[in-house]
Write a protein that binds this ligand. Structure first.
Ligand SMILES: Cc1cc2nc3c(=O)[nH]c(=O)nc-3n(C[C@H](O)[C@H](O)[C@H](O)COP(=O)(O)OP(=O)(O)OC[C@H]3O[C@@H](n4cnc5c(N)ncnc54)[C@H](O)[C@@H]3O)c2cc1C
Length: 285
């Protein structure tokens, strides 16, 4: 008979994972949507009772988002401006009810190409912290999500937190998403941009795109082209599809074709960067 486990500690969860095959369940907003059923079948490990996993906290300059932290927890957390993009993405995940139940960790473990958290977390050099009965691992998020609906998670392994290293908590940031309507929509394209401005110039731009390829990706070619450029209203004009394309493999699906996605991502990046370096130009547009 199928078992439902709701442990109170990480250790109990690990011992449960080590014995029988189980489905790890957090907010269930992806799990139930995937089955189309009102309840899960098979053995379930519900991690929402583990208090040690529900936090958004600082640790030696890094920021840790526990695996049971919801989108609403992120919105409510006291975080520096580099996290504005993650908060903006959080406010666009479904509805408030979905934000109250859905977790950031569930978003990345589900590994949908359209997961709104992915571009933001990539632009913050996020790492995924896991535990299993055999020990712990820390993986770069870019290595954790290996393809559509595929991750590097092994059997018996639990994500315990997402870590943003102190080195990536500087600067200001912006998230923009394009869908077929304003709310409750799966992204056609989305972008996250984080940068610092020193002496009027762009430093360390971190730019990423989601929903345009099999996995969300950083835009190394564009980042290199924008490094050191004047941080003013002219910056957007430097963002061309020729600089975005080398790091994208845009997909065609029911929502949009590949050329549209490339153009949409390019325009979203222009707007996100204008919002960061010249908000007055954005307001006038
Ligand atoms: C109406 C609706 C609207 C939505 N809108 C959006 C949207 O706009 N943008 C968006 O990105 N998403 C959206 N989603 C999808 C979903 O809400 C998010 O992806 C959410 O963050 C998933 O978190 P969860 O806790 O509910 O994950 P769950 O459904 O509990 O789990 C998802 C997957 O991750 C695994 N998992 C969860 N936690 C762990 C862990 N700690 N360790 C290992 N594996 C784990 C589960 O086994 C499962 O495979 C929407 C969903 C619904 C139903």
């Amino acid at each position: 008979m199928a078992a439902y486990h709701r442990p109170a500690t990480i250790e109990e969860a690990l011992s449960c994972l080590d014995s029988d095959p189980v489905t790890i369940a957090a907010g269930c907003t992806d799990l139930l949507a995937a089955t189309g059923s009102r309840e899960l079948t098979g053995n379930v490990l519900d991690i929402t009772g583990i208090k040690a996993l529900r936090h958004v906290r600082k640790e030696a300059g890094d920021v840790l988002i526990g695996a049971a932290a919801t989108w609403s927890d992120v919105i409510a957390a006291d975080l520096p401006p580099s996290f504005d993009m993650l908060k903006q993405a959080a406010r666009e995940v479904g509805s408030v009810q979905i934000q109250n139940a859905g977790t950031v960790a569930g978003n990345i473990c589900n590994a949908s190409p359209a997961a709104d958290g992915m571009p933001c977390l990539l632009a913050m050099d996020a790492e995924v912290v896991t535990r299993s009965a055999a020990g712990g691992r820390v993986l770069a998020l870019a290595d954790f999500v290996t393809g559509p609906r595929r991750t590097a998670l092994s059997a018996g392994e639990l994500v315990t937190a997402i870590r943003i290293p102190a080195t990536a908590t500087g600067g200001r940031s912006r998230f923009l998403k394009l869908g077929a309507r304003r709310y409750l929509v799966i992204s056609i394209a989305m972008v996250a941009a984080r940068l610092e401005i020193v002496d009027g110039r762009v430093i360390h731009p971190a730019l990423s795109v989601g929903a345009c390829g099999p996995v969300a990706t950083r835009l190394a070619t564009l980042e290199e082209a924008l490094e050191g450029q004047p941080a003013d209203a002219r910056l957007a004009a430097r963002v061309t599809s020729d600089l975005v394309a080398p790091d994208l493999s845009p997909i065609a699906d029911i929502r949009a074709d590949a050329p549209y996605r490339l153009e949409a991502a390019t325009e979203l990046l222009r707007r996100a960067l204008t919002g960061l370096v010249a908000p007055e130009a954005e307001a006038a547009a």
